[in-house]
Design a protein around this ligand. Structure first.
Ligand SMILES: Cc1ncc(COP(=O)(O)O)c(C=O)c1O
Length: 382
């Protein structure tokens, strides 16, 4: 039986068009994009074509796109480099991070503190939405940068980045948005008044090993990777031509018609409807949520145990939590939402993508329901 992949928030398979577009740059097109000769110019032109695609889709200028090696690097550059740039420009020394941000944002705290910043962690509600009023109260003249994700990668809920962005702009604080889970979408960087915004192409059917940072002109994040003057001296290091080309093709294909999001939502809804008794949905029906996300708990069933069983039965899912040395840490997102450690260890995340069918949703729900109920029954007997 074909496996059912329900972990698209972790990563997505590359589109065949992406693989085809990358191939020439993995073989013949080896020129260094910084070289002046024909091979170098060809690579630079291919990279710039990709830059154009991202600028178009984000509604920004060509020169405001910076390529990095991952979403993580883009977010590090946006948050740390952005805060350093803000401090240079305004002398402000405080940074605000949402408590349910991805670790690539949250774990900048230690470095920021070593660099002399004061870091405030903004609380979130039960569905991982940051408290916008709390942030608005804190943002004053001393705030260098605020970082809030557009949608949460575990629960799939959205933050009010429009409101927060407006407030940051009014108070001259830089605003970084982690839009890794929502790109491409029906929004543009100016909708959020974002100064910095992070994307990760492997989340939208592009390659791994490449990231994208939008940096508004006038922001110029301090380079964290230093060396050659690549990427307008914001990110040194020879660019990953094939990865950047693939990222651009994925963005263009997915961005030109967003109708695929409705198809994913239909499949996800079918799965959620068929899970059956015993599941507790982490996000209420009144909340806006990413089209592919379904986050649940089955009280009494440890996610780690369920995920191992599901993997054996051909279903790939996740808890949304970090995996270290073969065992799952309780999710920091659920902890920030106020879940107990036991509840946080029960979180199961199913994330649907373009390849999933209604048949897979039905079969997947049957397997997930059966596995969780079996584990719970066995637990109850012991
Ligand atoms: C919301 C969010 N931000 C950032 C990242 C990091 O991206 P990358 O895996 O490209 O480093 C991820 C990946 O899981 C994510 O989900």
């Amino acid at each position: 039986m074909r496996r059912i992949y329900l972990d698209h928030a972790a990563t997505t398979p590359m589109l065949p068009e992406v693989v085809a577009a990358m191939e020439p740059w993995l073989s013949g097109g080896f020129g260094n994009p910084s070289s002046l000769h024909a091979e170098g110019r060809a690579a630079k032109a291919a990279i710039d074509q990709s830059r154009e695609i991202f600028a178009d889709l984000l509604g920004c200028l060509f020169g405001e796109i910076v390529f990095t090696s991952s979403g993580t690097e883009a977010a590090n550059l946006g948050v740390i480099g952005g805060a350093l740039s803000a401090r240079d420009q305004t002398g402000s020394w405080e940074v605000i991070l949402g408590a349910a941000e991805h670790h690539c944002v949250l774990h900048t705290q230690k470095l920021l503190e070593l660099l002399g910043f004061t870091v405030l962690i903004a609380p979130v509600d039960r569905e991982a939405r940051v408290d916008a009023d709390w942030i608005k109260e804190q943002v004053r003249g001393r705030t260098a940068l605020v970082s809030v994700m557009h949608a949460n990668n575990e629960l799939g809920t959205f933050n009010d980045v429009v409101e927060i962005g407006r407030h940051c702009r009014e108070h001259a604080a830089f605003f970084h948005v982690d839009a890794v889970q929502t790109f491409p979408g029906d929004w543009r960087v100016d909708d959020f008044e974002a100064d910095l915004l992070t994307l990760a192409p492997h989340k939208f059917y592009g390659p791994k090993g490449v990231g994208v940072l939008y940096a508004r002109s006038g922001v110029k994040p301090m380079a964290l990777m230093v060396g050659g003057g690549q990427e307008r001296e914001v990110r040194a290091g020879t660019e990953n031509t094939a990865g950047i080309v693939g990222a651009g093709v994925a963005a263009r294909i997915l961005g030109e018609d967003l109708g695929w999001k409705n198809c994913i939502q239909e499949v996800r809804d079918c799965f959620a409807d068929r899970l059956g008794e015993g599941f507790v949905f982490s996000v209420g029906p009144g909340s806006e949520v990413l089209p592919g996300h379904c986050h649940v708990r089955f009280p009494g069933v440890d996610a780690e145990h369920a995920l191992i069983r599901l993997d054996r039965e051909g279903v790939s899912a996740s808890s949304g939590a970090a995996c270290s040395s073969g065992s799952l840490e309780p999710s920091h997102v659920l902890a920030a939402c106020g879940y107990s450690e036991k509840e946080a260890k029960e979180g199961l995340r199913f994330t649907f993508g373009r390849g999933n069918t209604l048949e897979e949703a039905e079969r997947g729900a049957e397997i997930v329901g059966r596995v969780c109920r079996e584990i719970a029954e066995r637990r109850a007997k012991n």
